[in-house]
Structures are given as structure tokens and as C-alpha cells.
Design a protein around this ligand. Structure first.
Ligand code: IYR
Length: 222
């Protein structure tokens, strides 16, 4: 029985240690160039690039391999405009009254505010949904395990894939963002996880001067 369910691991590749080190180091060099970008050029992005990056994200590990994600790629200007308008309503409430001062203080270095022009400027918006459960025609509601963790992993892989391909991204989380279900026609078993903005940076894009924690701060070896 096992013979039908399992097959040899054919895709794994072991590299000599020096090559592993070089690959790990090259990947780190590539990843450390990634910056979250808030100003975008009004340029379309190549559809084939987005498709391959989504396929890469779809290779993510997930609880019981249930792949509890759905990605809606928004390229249409009118739909982007509707999303911007709905997001700005929430953001106005957030910056105007909802956010505690402590949170606003934490955001101060980034200069964010309720205006979200990137939602219209960027080549595409990728709305990422978590399927908390599946609706099976025969079995009814099928629970998904570790759905949020799984979608978080897939999203990280998508951000990495887009960066590797040469596009900039911004993880945007208007809160609440149920309006995405309505605008994008997604069913009740799907909860918006985040809105990933992807595109070419504006030629005059500026990024905050920030640093990442040192290895000693983020890791412990026992
Ligand atoms: N959703 C708001 C606020 C915001 C919150 C965090 I935490 C950020 O890192 C950035 C923004 C906004 O998008 O402006």
C-alpha cells in the first residue's frame, strides 16, 4: 500500500559544503536587497512573471497539504480604484481615531498615513485569502489545519519570488479588510490575509533608513 503513496525523493540535491556556503551567502545577498516600497510607477507588470511567482508560492508547505490559499491578482484600474477607496475609508478611521498613540508612534519613522496612492499606481495588487475551511460538495465543511501559518509561509515565498524576479512589493493590511471579499467576489470561507502590492518602484521612490537585527539578536544556537 505504502508503495502507491510514496515514491523516492528524486528532486533533492546535496551540494558540497563550499557550494552550499556560496549558495546560502548569495541568497542572503539577494534577499537583503529587498525593500518594502511605497511609491510605484504606473506601469503594468508582466503577467507571466506574476504567474510563475504565484506557482512558486503555491509550492509552500501547508497543513495536511491542504493549500488553503487563494490569490486574486488585480490589474484592472477600476477595481484597483475601488480597493483604494475602501482601504482609505478604513485607514482614515485607523489614523484618525482607532489607532492608539503607541501604534502611531511606532509607525512615525515610516511616514505612513491614510493616503494610499500605491493601491492605484502599482502594476498589480495581489489579494491573498486564507481558506479557513473548504466547502466540499459531498462532505460539506472540511476543516483546514494551520491555515494561517500556511498562508503566511506562502506569502513569504511569494514576496521572495517577486523580489527575485525584479519587482518591488508592499505588504498592506488595511484593517478590517472584509471589503476585499465583496469587491473581489470571494466566498465566506475565505478571509483576507493581506493585500500585496507589486510593481516597479517609482523612479523617485524613497525608502526609510532602517537596519535589520544582527544574527546574535535573532538566533540562538544551543
Ligand atoms: N495599515 C496601516 C497601518 C500600518 C501598520 C503597520 I504595523 C505598518 O508596518 C504599516 C502601516 C497602513 O497601511 O498605513
Amino acid at each position: 500500500m505504502d508503495d502507491e503513496k510514496f515514491r523516492p525523493l528524486e528532486e533533492y540535491r546535496e551540494y558540497p559544503v563550499e557550494e552550499m556556503e556560496a549558495r546560502a551567502s548569495a541568497f542572503y545577498e539577494e534577499m537583503r536587497r529587498r525593500r518594502t516600497v511605497r511609491q510605484y510607477a504606473r506601469r503594468p507588470v508582466p503577467r507571466a512573471v506574476i504567474e510563475d511567482c504565484l506557482l512558486a508560492a503555491g509550492t509552500a508547505p501547508s497543513g495536511a497539504n491542504q493549500q488553503p490559499w487563494h490569490f486574486v491578482v488585480v490589474e484592472d484600474a477600476a477595481v484597483k480604484k475601488r480597493i483604494r477607496e475602501a482601504a482609505e475609508v478604513e485607514e482614515e478611521a485607523f489614523y484618525g481615531e482607532r489607532a492608539p498613540q503607541e501604534w502611531l508612534d511606532a509607525l512615525e519613522p515610516f511616514g505612513t498615513n491614510e493616503h494610499k496612492p500605491f493601491l492605484e499606481d502599482a502594476g498589480c495588487l495581489i489579494a491573498i485569502f486564507v481558506q479557513s475551511y473548504a466547502e466540499d460538495p459531498e462532505k460539506g465543511r472540511v476543516k483546514h489545519y494551520y491555515a494561517t501559518e500556511s498562508v503566511g509561509i506562502a506569502t513569504g515565498m511569494l514576496i521572495s519570488a517577486l523580489h527575485h524576479a525584479g519587482l518591488a512589493t508592499l505588504t498592506h493590511t488595511p484593517s478590517p479588510m472584509r471589503f476585499l471579499n465583496e469587491i473581489l467576489g470571494r466566498p465566506a470561507n475565505e478571509r483576507p490575509f493581506l493585500l500585496l502590492v507589486a510593481g516597479y518602484p517609482a523612479p523617485d521612490a524613497r525608502v526609510p533608513v532602517i537596519t535589520k537585527k544582527a544574527l546574535e539578536e535573532i538566533a540562538t544556537f544551543v
